[in-house]
Design a protein around this ligand. Structure first.
Ligand code: SF4
Length: 384
């Protein structure tokens, strides 16, 4: 397998290490513990130093070579997570050291960017379903929703938890507070919530960016959103074709041209804009066509996530060719050129754990950490 990855990466002008991580994200891992089944999810840090020791094709200039991965369990995957030795293996070769291995579930609080980004997911996505590619409906048995009755109390609770867990008195060093959910009932409910987040965190010294990922907002809501600046609006777009088939009805009711208009309106108001996209659902020509359409509305690179099967039979969601590496490398090549021409590049590696670029984008080394930091925050027992 390693030989094929190297050959294909040369053909598509990608670093072998990036091609290998794409393949790992697509296929998931076979784990040596018996208590996991197909589609369960684990997350861990991966130090790939050992790889370059046995195969110079995988050496790279990436300085912070710890990757953070969230992967589905797949007993047929050639990637073996050996929990006894704490290593990730393929073709009987060790490709990296695994650290901080944890189950991946539904979490209310977690950090990214070495603890400089705080997530505040008020509505547990594990209560949500309706998008056929999404694992959240099966990811957790947690059913609480702390924000339903009293969002202010929830935000204050979250602040006290983060102060305790980060061992800080204020949030003046925090760069971003992110609200990542598509589960608000209305734009009004969302805007009220974001306003509370801004006010409560500002009261504790936070001056950084708010980040909202979801799909509730429409063009007319952007004036209210820009009052919360600095803010980034990330529209949960997910796919370009067959949207009614793939998406929750609330999300599919907005067309791609409408999304572009919403994002353009946000951009005009000085709001940073981007969108999330699931790689593997659309044929290559639809991916590229849709990405070109979206360019008019965005100020940052899209957050692309390689589709991971969370249950048996979900191969049926793969677009033609998406069951093999060339599909992703072709999109990587074409999309890299398109984004590069617009001077858009992946500047926040911690934002995208399963994308297309890991160590290099259009010939430039990607700098920056992917590690979440304080990853034990992910443990739900610690925050509930
Ligand atoms: S809206 Fe769709 S993608 Fe988002 S949490 Fe719900 S099911 Fe998952």
């Amino acid at each position: 397998m390693l030989e094929r990855v190297v050959n294909l990466s040369r053909q598509y002008e990608a670093p072998p290490i990036d091609a290998l991580l794409i393949e790992l994200n697509r296929l998931g891992v076979c784990i040596s513990k018996p208590n996991y089944k197909f589609g369960d999810r684990v997350m861990f840090e991966l130090n790939m130093n050992p790889l370059s020791e046995f195969d110079s094709a995988f050496s790279h200039e990436y300085k912070e070579n710890d990757f953070f991965l969230t992967l589905t369990i797949n007993p047929d995957s050639p990637f073996i997570l050996n929990t006894d030795s704490g290593t990730l293996e393929v073709d009987s070769r060790i490709i990296g050291k695994v650290e901080e291995l944890q189950d991946c579930g539904g979490y209310l609080l977690y950090t990214r960017d070495q603890g400089r980004v705080l997530h505040l997911d008020p509505k547990l996505k594990s209560n949500c379903n309706g998008c056929d590619f999404c694992h959240f409906g099966v990811a957790s048995d947690l059913t609480i929703d702390l924000s339903l009755n009293d969002p202010k109390t929830y935000v204050q609770w979250a602040i006290s938890q983060y102060k305790r867990l980060l061992n800080v008195d204020d949030f003046s060093d925090i760069e971003q507070v992110a609200v990542v959910t598509g589960c608000f009932k209305s734009a009004m409910e969302l805007l009220t919530y974001l306003d509370i987040v801004r006010q409560e965190f500002s009261g504790k010294g936070f001056k950084g960016e708010l980040f909202y990922l979801g799909s509730e907002l429409r063009s007319e809501d952007m004036s209210d959103l820009c009052k919360l600046a600095p803010i980034t609006y990330c529209h949960s777009t997910e796919c370009f074709a067959n949207r009614e088939q793939h998406l929750h009805r609330k999300k599919s009711s907005v067309t791609i041209p409408e999304i572009v208009e919403i994002l353009k309106r946000a951009k005009e108001k000085g709001i940073n804009t981007t969108f999330t996209y699931v790689l593997g659902l659309d044929p290559v020509k639809d991916v590229i066509g849709g990405m070109k359409q979206m360019l008019a509305g965005i100020t940052r690179v899209p957050v692309t996530n390689i589709f991971q099967r969370h249950s048996q039979g979900l191969e049926k969601l793969w677009a033609p060719g998406a069951n093999d590496l060339p599909y992703y490398l072709e999109i990587r090549r074409q999309l890299g050129e398109i984004l590069g021409r617009e001077d858009l590049k992946p500047e926040r590696p911690w934002e995208d754990y399963r994308g297309l670029w890991y160590t290099e984008f259009q010939g430039s080394t990607i700098i920056g950490t992917r590690l979440p930091g304080r990853s034990k925050f992910h443990y739900k027992e610690q925050v509930l």
